[in-house]
Design a protein around this ligand. Structure first.
Ligand code: NAP
Length: 301
């Protein structure tokens, strides 16, 4: 199969398009002919070697954590999916930026989503939902999402709004209209956030989801008044120090099905800022690495 790979840790110039062995699914897994794969921060953090202590790779490695496409091989024990079905989902920490990928968690792609949208849904929605689930019921509560314009944040806004929260999201001003379109009240991040929130939520902020890793976690805990009302998916050290919920994505098909159902109902439509062809994956990674992505960046296979 054709795949993007890197043979050693380093910059985007290490990404090459070449032939790689076709993978085959083990028990409980499926193989998908990939239409589109998304780019997540973990892709470039793994490629540069920044995570080599925690998550060592054995290059050559194919970047990509999540993808969408059509099922073309089914492992032992897999039920409720057939060859030819449109699915999106999660594989290993690498492997998705290729013609074929193995997924261990998936859901059927809603008919009203494009392949690009489905590719942008998996890691972002599961991460957002695990963060939101740590915060308890959402109906009638005021939720702050720090980093609301990114992949996880924008999914979190739509999903939390669908579950009945009043959502306030932080982003730079150029993204405020985008946040409004998703259903959040926008405000800027950084100094003075507590004062801006007092004006926007006179009764206070009940709970908060941090997706930004910007060093603001202590301020956010002060805003909610209690670390257990805060979940972070991005600042693990800060969250552990302050006693917030610290949440990671998991390959969870139930959460993917929940995201897909919200998609079918029109409550969740993954926002794609830009698509790139596989041959331009270096540009896609460079774009993602700038840390200013609005929604998701997707690679078309
Ligand atoms: N724990 C897990 O399992 C897990 C899973 C997925 C992601 N993550 C982590 O979660 C974080 C977010 O992931 P992502 O995919 O959403 O990343 P992303 O799409 O690259 O996030 C980009 C967004 O971050 C916003 N941003 C930049 N600086 C900010 C700041 N100081 N305050 C608030 N927002 C800021 C930008 O908004 P502006 O352009 O408006 O500034 C942009 O929209 C990353 O650190 C990622 O590694 C963790």
């Amino acid at each position: 199969m054709r795949a993007a790979r890197f043979h050693e840790y380093g910059g985007v110039e290490n990404l090459v398009i070449e032939q790689a062995p076709d993978p085959h699914p083990g028990p409980g897994e499926i193989r998908v002919r990939v239409a589109a794969a998304s780019v997540n921060p973990i892709d470039w953090k793994l490629r540069t070697g920044a995570l080599r202590e925690m998550l060592p790779l054995e290059p050559p490695a194919i970047p990509g954590r999540d993808a969408a496409g059509v099922v073309d091989e089914i492992g032992d024990g897999v039920r409720e999916v057939s060859i030819g079905d449109r699915v999106f989902g999660l594989g290993g920490i690498t492997g998705a930026s290729a013609e074929l990928v193995i997924l261990s968690a998936w859901a059927h792609t809603p008919a009203n989503w494009t392949d690009e949208q489905a590719a942008g849904a998996a890691l972002a929605s599961v991460t957002a939902m695990r963060g939101l689930n740590a915060l308890g019921p959402l109906t009638g509560r005021t939720l702050l999402i720090e980093g609301a314009a990114g992949g996880v944040g924008s999914a979190g806004v739509e999903i939390a709004a669908a579950r009945g929260a009043t959502v306030i999201g932080t982003a730079s001003e150029r993204n405020h209209e985008f946040l409004t379109s998703l259903g959040a009240v926008p405000t800027t991040y950084g100094p003075g956030l507590a004062q801006r929130l007092t004006a926007l939520a006179p009764h206070g902020v009940d709970i908060a989801l941090d997706t930004a890793a910007s060093g603001s976690l202590e301020d956010i805990v002060a805003i909610t008044g209690d670390p257990t009302r805060v979940a972070t998916v991005a600042d693990h050290a800060g969250g552990q120090r302050l006693g917030t919920h610290v949440v990671n994505a998991e390959n969870d098909s139930d959460l993917l099905s929940e995201a897909a159902e919200l998609g079918r109902q029109g409550h969740y439509t993954p926002s794609i800022e830009q698509t790139y062809p596989l041959k331009a994956i270096a540009d896609a990674h460079a774009h993602a690495e700038r840390g200013r992505t609005r929604g998701k960046i997707v690679i078309l296979i």
